[in-house]
Design a protein around this ligand. Structure first.
Ligand code: ADP
Ligand code: ADP
Ligand code: MG
Length: 480
């Protein structure tokens, strides 16, 4: 593989190109009209504009990307996450055109891209599932019967859902009809597929996922877990590895289950098997994400393995050069997704120009970003600005370094989740390790964040006053 195209933008496009460059592989960027001067475009060896800003006229144009590959003699396509990364038709189109899709085969993407097909595929592997039904429901009466059987609260989920979208919690029978109608129409609009199914709503779960690595020589291993319970709108904001609650024995069982999920669909490349863990430490299979995950850097820190390098090597047909027993968890890593969102206002997207943008630097601080000072944040795409990752010998070190790094990170012009990240890192429940997916609902409110800001401002003012008085005293000392 001499030249790859990165069919993505932002932080992930840049992150992938860095590894490609390290491996001596030439890179091609694609970009929409609003991304013309984006860092991923400037970093690549070649770059091609693929259309106007809206992603359905640019980053989602699979046919056009294949044509560019042919024109520029590209050998492989890295899809990143989001956009075309979980589009089985696109992977198939690449396969047909003899261009290597750096990821799984289209078959695995198709099976795991649909939550119902995924449940069906893993059935013979003895994987624990969330209680519920494993087929689409359209009839409200049937849904009510199912709900009564599994017990309220229930969760209506879109089979084709992703990114935390297409989910509705239903507390009681009376609400089933309305919520189901909404779920179906939302699923149709967002994913072009109105199929919904029902799961028991696990009331106090943690989101624990296992990183998988699988090659074309029959080797399937796992790279331990990531804890992703700090979420808003069912989507992760803070992730860490390892999890504070997994014993070696549970890690081993969940790891084996994840390896089996990968085997059930002849998986190739990196992938993630997501589980919910209940209060009694029972785990249930949620879904498999057939791509590189947003939060993959925490795994890279604790294992020392470059996951993009592994993806490229596996795509070239190479065998994984280590075995499960070689792998050990070393230290602790924490990631904060820095979204252009207003933490004080329901995490609503915040758009604008980055009038100031300075990243924190230092040992064990990693920033994966795709923006520079002066750039505008386009409204057309996922509002992720960057990922801030810290690493320490233990969890406390990683948390303390995260707080320092957040303080060093200067972003002006848009609101971000940096302040929320600091709130999390300073919260008792997070520090204790005893929290679940309801952290935000239980402990966080904009008032609490404001209070934290006020306290910090008071402390800063007090220190400033002290310094000022001290200086005054020094200045008053007569020179002779
Ligand atoms: P991760 O599971 O890697 O933590 P997220 O759920 O945060 O990822 O989603 C990562 C990106 O992929 C986001 O841009 C999200 O909007 C997008 N995404 C995920 N699943 C889907 C899907 N089924 N359809 C469209 N976009 C998706
Ligand atoms: P997506 O494809 O959008 O990532 P997931 O099935 O992975 O959907 O679920 C995303 C999040 O929604 C989980 O991390 C969890 O917080 C919540 N969730 C999903 N299913 C359940 C469930 N049955 N009970 C409780 N929470 C759930
Ligand atoms: Mg998920």
């Amino acid at each position: 593989m001499k030249k790859i195209i990165v069919a993505n933008r932002g932080e992930i496009a840049l992150r992938i190109m860095r590894t490609a460059k390290k491996m001596g592989i030439k890179t091609v960027a694609v970009f929409s009209e609003v991304d013309r001067n984006a860092p991923h475009v400037l970093f690549a060896d070649e770059a091609v504009c693929i259309g106007p800003a809206p992603s359905n006229q640019s980053y989602l144009l699979g046919d056009k990307i294949i044509e560019i590959c042919k024109d520029l003699n590209v050998d492989g396509i890295h899809p990143g996450y989001g956009f075309l990364s979980e589009n089985a038709d696109f992977a198939e189109l690449a396969e047909k055109n003899d261009i290597i899709f750096i990821g799984p085969k289209s078959h695995a993407i198709r099976v795991m891209g649909n939550k119902l097909a995924a449940k069906e595929a893993v059935k013979n592997y003895d994987i624990p599932m969330v209680p519920g039904i494993d087929r689409a429901v359209t009839d409200v009466n049937e849904a009510v019967e199912i709900a009564k059987e599994i017990g309220f609260p229930i969760l209506i989920k879109a089979a084709a859902g992703g990114g935390g979208k297409g989910m509705r919690i239903v507390e009681k029978e009376l609400e089933v009809q309305e919520q189901m109608e909404r779920a179906i129409s939302e699923a149709k609009a967002a994913f072009g597929d109105g199929s919904v199914f029902i799961e028991k709503y696990i009331t106090s779960p943690r989101h624990i996922e296992i990183q998988i690595l699988s090659d074309s020589h029959g080797n399937v291993i796992h790279l331990f877990e990531r804890e992703c319970s700090i979420q808003r709108r069912h989507q992760k904001v803070v992730e860490e590895a390892p999890s504070t609650v997994l014993t070696p024995e549970l890690r081993d069982r969940m790891g084996k289950a994840a390896v089996n999920v990968a085997k059930s669909c002849d998986y190739l490349s990196t992938g993630t098997v997501e589980f919910l863990l209940d209060e009694h430490h029972n785990f249930y299979f949620l879904e498999m994400n057939t791509r590189l995950q947003v939060e993959h850097p925490v795994t890279e820190f604790i294992t020392g393995i470059d996951l993009v390098e592994q993806q490229i090597k596996i795509a070239r047909g190479e065998a994984i050069t280590f075995i499960q027993e070689d792998l050990k968890i070393k230290g602790h890593a924490l990631e904060l997704r820095v979204y252009a969102e207003d933490s004080l206002n329901d995490f609503l997207p915040s758009i604008g120009t980055l009038t100031k943008y300075q990243i924190p630097t230092g040992k064990n601080i990693r920033v994966d970003d795709g923006f520079r000072e002066g750039m505008e944040i386009p409204i057309y795409y996922d509002p992720i600005l960057s990922k801030l990752i810290t690493y320490g010998n233990d969890r406390n070190e990683a948390i303390q370094l995260m707080i320092e790094a957040i303080q060093q990170y200067k972003i002006e012009g848009v609101e971000t989740t940096l302040s929320f990240g600091k709130f999390v890192c300073k919260h008792k429940a997070f520090i204790s390790g005893n929290f679940d997916t309801h952290f935000v609902k239980k402990y966080y409110s904009s008032d609490k964040l404001k209070k934290q800001h006020e306290t910090e401002a008071k402390i800063a003012a007090a220190i400033a006053l002290q310094l000022y008085t001290k200086e005054e005293r020094i200045l008053k000392i007569p020179s002779n």
